[in-house]
Write a new protein. Structure first.
Lengths: 99, 501, 505
């Protein structure tokens, strides 16, 4: 497995929305490299015919009936919001695609 | 914006290039509650009143899947002739966006509920089979309003305000396989497909499919390849296509735009484009300088779905009559040609004609009025036929009045005009405007005498056996009665008077 | 009323129900204890005597009104600050949620309330439950009551310390890779990880969804079973909740009989990296089981060696996605919103400022493991290891009724020792992780003190899925035999903390 470079950490930080300082990038690069080297051991298990488990237990088909339940009030919904305007969550300007 | 690209005229573009289409359609299901929580799905509620810990993604909240939404998705898949998965999972699609509360969308990735189906559409008398790649279930996002800035749009806005009422509404995504070979019919095929899909959703009763409210949304993929080439070109994905007409225009516009670029030696960039209703043009959206990596993985908060094959078979057996089958049946019942049926379909008139027939009108009459006078009126008003302020029952009443001889066609048109103008029911209009065929024989005979006296030459011709000349006399009677006379009766009486019966 | 502090929860519940003592008195005694020792222990992030006493008064009124409540009505409980509570802030030990007041109660919280338990406050934890020492809390470390220079385990270190320091008779925890069992072991108390899906995750701030399991802490096995029973069971709000009858945990804890039980010693857990004192106590416990009539055999679980690396791919992957919601838009911290910055910039600045280093590390590790191109080699392969571990357990439980091992390879280590060495820290969960990956039940009960440092050692008892009652049955048998030998609970050997703290004015 390839080692984790500083650039790769910068990319991961961008994908993860973490504005890391330069020294953090260096620090994390070294640590992540060490961790990845250790966890890469999972590749040693020859498991071509082994199905992956995404869940702890093999249960299926848990659904709820299509019934309305009480919603929060707008006051409750907005109670933790950093900024509110017109009963909506006010957020900084959004870059990217037009909705 | 700087999207002032040149376009190549459509005919020229099609002479040089062949289009390949792809359509991704999102349908908001008409369930009572949201996909993963119990909040209502009703459209147009005050902001942030249909939200709870789950659809706001408050810390600690968990999704539980709506059984009805899963059943609806399977029914859609079955109606589209898909294979229903015996075991599949939801997956998380990870990307950050403020209108998506969890910053991942619960969707399906490599294990959709329904795969490999098709939908046949008829365009220009020709049946085109649209192959369906997959039908899967996911959740909708919230809605941002962009505040400030010059345009009021996202670019240049100072900030945005977000309403999460829509977040978590179940959304079915229907993805076609690439559709080659449509040639110059590509825009019409695209439109016909979405129209057919919409009718299918209505027939299944799974969605109200109101495009103007966003409950059916379409992303249109288009690529071009030079004629004779075997490899498909780079495609663009046009989003925000929110009416049937726009689907057609978006395909046409994108063909014209791409053809101009390719003919100029340019390269198509794989990108998202946005359709503008006002101009019919597309503009470049998110630039993909960094390829999206959604880091899909199986949703650990939800268990796999394993629809029981017997249950699926029973759902299939209980599917309602599908629109294309219904059209075939109605065509046979009504005894109309393929061409007339296609015309009614394209004009969205089938439901209206059917309802008018159900209200008692003969099929031929119902079709005549909806596809004739009313279609003309709708066209003038620039609205869909169904939005004209007249009901099938009212149209049926007009046909009844004509059949009884109380109205003739000319008067019937005036009655329809009155109904459309809000003057009330057909009977109200007849009464208010005094529209009644003259069937008082005395009055009619008086008019005939007057007309015969004024047209002695013509009367003589008829007397001498030239019965064809009676037409002019009948015309005179109709004119003199301002259209209220019963033309057939007038003719009988004229011939009788002139002794040629 | 300090004698109230040393009573078991079962006894307190009985006294309160009999109205020999009021819930208010019991609560006040614990609030006083908290005021006394908290400055040294720092087990709690939030204590609000008024809110708590109001709950106690309400329970007293319900009892006075003749209402029949559960066996723990009026008994105080310390609640891990990763469960939402409408009447107390919920932070998950993170700056990013500082002061957040949830508009809803977690299912575990509501069940505690329904059973009449009195929530004393919210306990400290490693930020978002990521850690094995509680040093990763944004609000400072919790200290081990046995030795204040050492860690109380983690991530539920506030909950383990609160119970070990007699600040609460009971507490809640969550176990994702060992976060209940390991803190229980290093503080000399009982900690149970129920079968995954046996206790609801609704309102539990997620770390790794397919692993997180709420469970109880107590100073004895029966109390743990009573708390387990009080808040567990099926919940329609959690899709992964098991729709089955809860195993008879309380009955099993009372039964405490293991004659004829087949016990497997996991061959792979031992040897290098294990503290001699831990192994010595473990081997004594195995001999004890034999002396009580159990049949002990060695069992091999060859894939367990891959559990740790698989866990450190699966848990970070899930957390990278679970923690994406902390984005400064709807709740929590917002940093850098000066009117010029974009939402994306504000998200990134907030998350950089609001998350601590371990959380950032795991988010990036998970982002990496899920990235296209790496998914199959890391996440996909880790999920296959998960299957193999379940198969190992299945094979083992074919031969034996329970498996045993040390809970953790070492006793409590000094605060700061592994703080910047993630790999060393991760080893603390070596023996507990396989159970999380397979979803089965496991408990840690005290089995003595290590000779070299005099600190508690835990015995881990693992049972099959929905075999939670076996954990309690074996745990209670071991507890009874050892307490007979010791002449009381292991905690009586812990230093008294009285007088260490200053009195709150």
């Amino acid at each position: 497995m390839s080692a984790i470079t500083r650039d790769e950490v910068a990319h991961l930080a961008r994908l993860s929305r973490l504005a890391l300082a330069d020294e953090e990038l260096d620090h994390f690069a070294a640590q992540l490299d060490q961790i990845v080297a250790a966890v890469a051991r999972v590749a040693e298990v020859a498991a071509d015919d082994i199905p992956p488990s995404s869940h702890a237990l093999p249960l299926t088909n848990v659904f709820r009936p299509d019934e309305v339940r009480p919603s929060l009030t707008p006051e409750q919904a907005l109670s933790g919001a950093p900024a509110v305007e017109d009963d909506r969550f006010r957020v900084p300007r959004i870059l990217g695609e037009e909705a | 914006m700087a999207d002032t690209e040149t376009l190549m005229p459509y005919d020229e573009a099609l002479e040089r290039f062949e289009p390949v289409l792809g359509l991704e359609t999102h349908v908001e299901l008409g369930t009572e509650s949201k996909m993963f929580c119990g909040c209502p799905t009703e459209f147009g509620a005050p902001p942030n009143t249909h939200v709870c810990p789950v659809c706001l993604a408050l810390p600690g909240s968990l999704p539980v899947a709506n059984a009805e939404a899963i059943e609806s998705t399977i029914r859609i898949g079955l109606a589209l002739n898909c294979t229903i998965a015996e075991w599949c999972r939801f997956a998380r699609k990870n990307y950050f966006y403020p209108d998506m509360p969890k910053n991942y969308q619960i969707s399906q990735y490599d294990e959709p509920l329904c795969t490999d189906g098709y939908l046949d559409v008829v365009v220009d008398g020709q049946t085109v089979r649209i192959e369906i790649e997959r039908v899967h279930l996911e959740e909708d996002t919230g809605k941002s309003t962009h505040v400030g800035g010059a345009t009021g749009r996202i670019h240049g806005a100072d900030y945005s305000i977000v309403d999460y009422n829509r977040a978590g509404i179940p959304l079915v995504e229907i993805v076609t396989k690439p559709i080659p070979g449509t040639d110059r019919l590509a825009p019409e095929v695209a439109r016909a497909y979405v129209t057919e899909l919409r009718e299918l959703m209505r027939a299944l009763g799974v969605s109200d499919v109101r495009m103007e409210e966003g409950s059916l949304r379409c992303d249109v993929n288009v690529s071009l390849m030079p004629r004779g080439a075997s490899e498909w070109g780079t495609r663009t994905e046009t989003k925000n296509v929110n009416s049937l007409r726009s689907v057609e225009r978006a395909v046409r516009g994108e063909i014209e735009r791409q053809a101009a670029i390719l003919a100029d030696g340019g390269r198509i960039i794989q990108e998202t484009r946005h359709f503008h209703e006002d101009t019919g043009r597309t503009t470049s959206g998110r630039s993909k300088e960094e390829a999206q990596d959604y880091r899909y993985f199986p949703e650990p908060d939800l268990l796999p779905m394993a629809p029981d094959p017997e249950w699926v078979a029973s759902l299939k057996a209980e599917l309602p009559e599908l629109p294309s089958v219904r059209r075939g049946r109605l065509q046979a019942e009504w005894g109309v040609s393929d061409l007339d049926m296609a015309a009614m379909h394209n004009a969205d008139a089938i439901d209206l004609v059917e309802a008018t027939v159900a209200a008692g009108a003969p099929a031929a009459d119902a079709r005549k009025w909806w596809m004739g006078e009313l279609a003309r009126r709708a066209n003038e008003a620039g609205k869909p036929l169904a939005e004209l302020p007249i009901t099938p029952a009212e149209v049926a009443r007009v046909t009844e009045l004509v059949a009884s001889g109380a109205l003739n066609d000319k008067l019937a048109r005036q009655v329809l005009e009155g109904v459309l103008a809000g003057e009330g029911s057909p009977d109200d209009v007849v009464a208010k405007r005094g529209l009644q065929v003259v069937n008082d024989e005395g009055e009619l005979l008086a008019i005939i005498d007057k007309v015969l006296a004024e047209n002695a030459d013509a009367a003589d011709k008829v007397r001498s056996g030239k019965v064809a000349a009676a037409g002019a006399l009948v015309g005179g009677v109709m004119k003199a009665s301002r259209g209220k006379a019963d033309a057939a009766r007038a003719r009988e009486l004229i011939l009788e008077k002139l002794g040629v019966s | 009323m300090t004698e109230l502090l040393h009573k078991t929860a079962a006894e307190l519940g009985r006294l309160i129900a009999a109205r020999e003592v009021s819930a208010v008195e019991v609560t006040q005694a614990h609030l006083d204890r908290i005021a006394e020792v908290e400055p040294k222990v720092n087990a709690f992030l939030h204590v609000d005597p008024e809110t708590t006493l109001a709950q106690a008064r309400a329970v007293d009124e319900r009892i006075a009104g003749g209402e029949r409540l559960g066996p723990l009505a009026g008994v105080p409980v310390a609640h891990k600050d990763v469960f939402t509570t409408t009447d107390m802030p919920t932070t998950a030990g993170s700056k990013i949620l500082e002061g957040w007041r949830p508009p809803y109660d977690a299912t575990v919280t509501s069940r505690l309330r329904e059973a009449g338990l009195v929530i004393l406050g919210k306990t400290n934890l490693d930020e978002f439950a990521m850690g094995s020492s509680t040093e990763n809390s944004a609000y400072g470390p919790t200290r081990n009551p046995w030795d204040l220079s050492r860690i109380p385990g983690g991530s539920s270190g506030g909950s383990s310390a609160a119970v070990a320091a007699y600040e609460a008779p009971l507490s809640t925890g969550t176990d994702t890779g060992g976060s209940i069992r390991q803190p229980a072991a290093v503080t000399g108390i009982v900690g149970m990880k129920p079968t995954y899906g046996g206790s609801s995750r609704y309102g539990l701030i997620a770390f790794a969804s397919s692993l997180d399991t709420p469970g109880p802490f107590a100073r004895n096995v029966l109390d743990a079973a009573l708390l387990h029973e009080a808040f567990s069971g099926h919940d329609v709000m959690d899709s992964t909740s098991i729709h089955a009858h809860m195993p008879p945990v309380v009955e099993a804890a009372r039964q405490a009989d293991i004659a004829g039980l087949r016990v497997g010693v996991v061959k792979e857990f031992g040897g290098e990296g294990y503290q001699p004192g831990v192994l010595a106590r473990f081997h004594e416990a195995v001999e004890l089981l034999e002396s009580l009539g159990a049949k002990v055999v060695e069992v091999s679980c060859p894939s367990f060696g891959y559990a740790l690396p698989a866990y450190y791919l699966i848990a970070p992957s899930e957390c990278s996605s679970n923690l994406a919601r902390f984005d400064a838009m709807r709740y929590g911290l917002r940093v850098g919103d000066d009117g010029t910055r974009s939402a994306e910039e504000v998200m990134s600045m907030t998350r950089a400022a609001g998350f601590g280093p371990e959380v950032k590390r795991r988010i990036m590790l998970g982002t990496y493991a899920l990235s296209s191109g790496y998914y199959d080699a890391y996440y996909g392969q880790a999920q296959k290891v998960r299957t193999l571990i379940s198969r190992d357990f299945d094979a083992a439980f074919h031969q034996v009724d329970v498996l045993v091992s040390p809970t953790t390879p070492t006793t409590a280590f000094p605060i700061g020792e592994r703080a910047d060495d993630p790999m060393a820290m991760y080893l603390a969960d070596l023996c507990t992780i396989p159970t999380n990956l397979a979803g089965n039940a496991a408990i840690s009960v005290p089995c003595g003190l290590a000779d070299e440092d005099g600190l508690p050692v835990g015995l881990q008892i693992m049972a099959p899925v929905l075999g939670d009652d076996r954990c309690y049955r074996v745990g209670a048998a071991v507890e009874k035999a050892l307490e007979d030998r010791w002449g009381g609970s292991l905690l009586t050997k812990a230093p008294a903390l009285e007088g260490l703290g200053y009195q709150h004015g």
